[in-house]
Design a protein around this ligand. Structure first.
Ligand code: NAP
Length: 301
């Protein structure tokens, strides 16, 4: 991550950070940097062996000065998220920062065990559910933050959230539901991250919990490696223009660590600056509607 600017390091030391998607890419780089800055971590991951190995390394690198807990959850399953949240609540006396970073792109249309489209479930429902389940505990922190990894890819959702097609039955990728091509559905989920953050911040006004989201840029990670040969070839070409995971994690670490006076709750950031997202991402009407339909989706699934 390069030189640490001591003036920027203010908040993470001694804080308890729950982070998803810390077993690879941007999340792993962020976890390493936050651990180096003295944060205690709760890693939420689907792969226990991978997560435990990372936890051991993080503890060892800190000279055992920080605690690193592992909680197992598959972000596509609401039952699994609820179980992990129960474990987090039972184990952690306090949560200061929640980082919703786990995410993926699926070029095939598939449904989760809850009957929801997979990318919607992993990228939007999971952050929403985990945040709402942990909110009371976040409220116990002196000043808590919820940070969600969005993407410049939210701009692919030019028509906004398709509330009449939430399972992506009619519109999914560039060629309908077929494999390959620009993934509009992914764009919709990343737009949902921005709308969720804006509405969360609005609902938390006057409390001690703030919400931010960010675009990490184009980052060389394991992202989009499970979508067949065409996707892997595309990512190999894009690698040339990509940032390292450490660079991709910089804004995330900054959002977790910088003084709150440098930040505005509810906003979207890129390269450590508040940035204006797409027009669709600025609609508070859509943000409110998204919150309401998501509440339904976590109730009925
Ligand atoms: N890479 C980019 O250019 C880019 C650009 C903009 C935004 N983003 C966003 O950045 C975030 C991190 O992605 P990345 O690029 O770092 O990709 P990555 O290397 O593939 O990391 C994704 C992380 O999410 C976890 N994850 C995925 N699906 C999961 C599930 N169902 N349950 C639990 N954990 C799951 C992965 O766990 P495993 O280790 O078990 O696979 C991994 O830890 C995502 O939200 C992505 O949308 C990435």
């Amino acid at each position: 991550m390069g030189e640490i600017n001591q003036a920027e390091c203010q908040n993470a030391r001694g804080k308890y950070v729950v982070i998803t998607g810390a077993t690879s890419g941007i999340g792993l780089a962020a976890a390493q940097e936050l651990a180096a800055r003295g944060a205690n971590l709760g890693i939420v991951a689907r792969n226990a062996a991978k997560a435990n190995e990372i936890a051991d390394k993080l503890r060892a690198a800190s000279g055992n000065r920080i605690t690193v807990d592992v909680f197992i959850a598959n972000m596509s399953s609401q039952q699994s998220i609820r179980r992990a949240a129960d474990e987090i609540l039972a184990k952690c006396p306090r949560i200061d920062i929640l980082i919703n970073n786990a995410g993926a792109m699926f070029v095939d249309h598939k449904l989760t065990e809850d009957g929801l489209e997979m990318s919607w479930a992993v990228n939007h429902i999971a952050p929403f559910l985990l945040t709402t389940l942990l909110l009371d505990k976040l409220m116990l922190s002196e000043h808590a933050r919820v940070i969600t990894t969005s993407s410049h890819g939210h701009k692919m959702a030019r028509k906004g959230i398709r509330f009449d097609d939430l399972n992506g039955e009619r519109c999914f990728g560039f060629w309908g539901k077929m494999k390959g091509g620009p993934n509009f559905r992914y764009g919709e989920t990343k737009l949902a991250n921005i709308l969720f953050t804006a509405e969360l911040a609005k609902r938390l006004q006057g409390t001690n919990v703030d919400a931010y989201c960010f675009d990490p840029g184009l980052v060389d990670t394991n992202f989009n490696q499970d979508n067949g040969r065409l996707a892997r070839m595309t990512m190999a070409v894009m690698k040339r223009f990509s940032r390292t995971p450490e660079k991709g994690a910089e804004t995330l670490v900054w959002l977790a660590d910088t003084d709150a006076k440098n930040l505005e709750s509810g906003r979207y950031y890129a390269d450590k600056q508040m940035t204006t997202p797409s027009e669709q991402a600025g609609s508070m009407e859509a943000a409110k509607k998204l919150w309401e339909v998501t509440e339904e989706q976590i109730r009925i699934s």
